[in-house]
Design a protein. Sequence first.
Length: 224
Amino acid sequence: MVLAQRNLNKAERVAYIDAKLATLYPKPPIPLDHSDPFTLLIAVLLSAQCTDERVNQVTPGLFREADNPLAMAALDVDDIRTLIRPCGLSPQKSKAIKRLSHLLLAEHDGLVPQSFEALEQLPGVGHKTASVVMAQAFGVPSFPVDTHIHRLAQRWGLSRGRNVVETERDLKKLFVKPRWNDLHLQIIFYGREYCSARGCDGRLCEICRHCYPLRKHPKKVNKP
């Protein structure tokens, strides 16, 4: 007798998604080009409301002028703004880059601090940016959640979070800490390749279909 197809329960979804993403992206690369914690911090700051591809096109020119806090602090804000303009929000981002470079010199001996608290006190650095730096520069288990991860977590029934903070909390409860850093990247890569905002509505990609074979309607996602 053939058993009726059914939607997976949450534990089954977590196990399947974890294994599937680890198979698809066993060693996920860091999408933003950088050479050290400072250049990563600047790249992540620039990525706000901008694609990683665009950031990677802009940062070589910026880092040729200044790839450390001392050199960056010496640049004029207008020069920074001109160099980063294609990333968008250049007036705010240029001021933040200038100010955080000064603060790194004044308060952290020119080094990027290795704590969430200190990072989040820097201009232009919120919790997500701090989490990315902690995870990718220093290897500290973190689970940075952007709008893409928020969307997939809801499509996959992993969170009903009303914002990225709630979604981050839910994902940290579901997956073991040693997997957080890779999962953050793996979900992003999967979302871009298979489960994008326009490419899947919660019923089309392999993970959505496997987890919810009985889903009949597009999955409505809480906007962050």
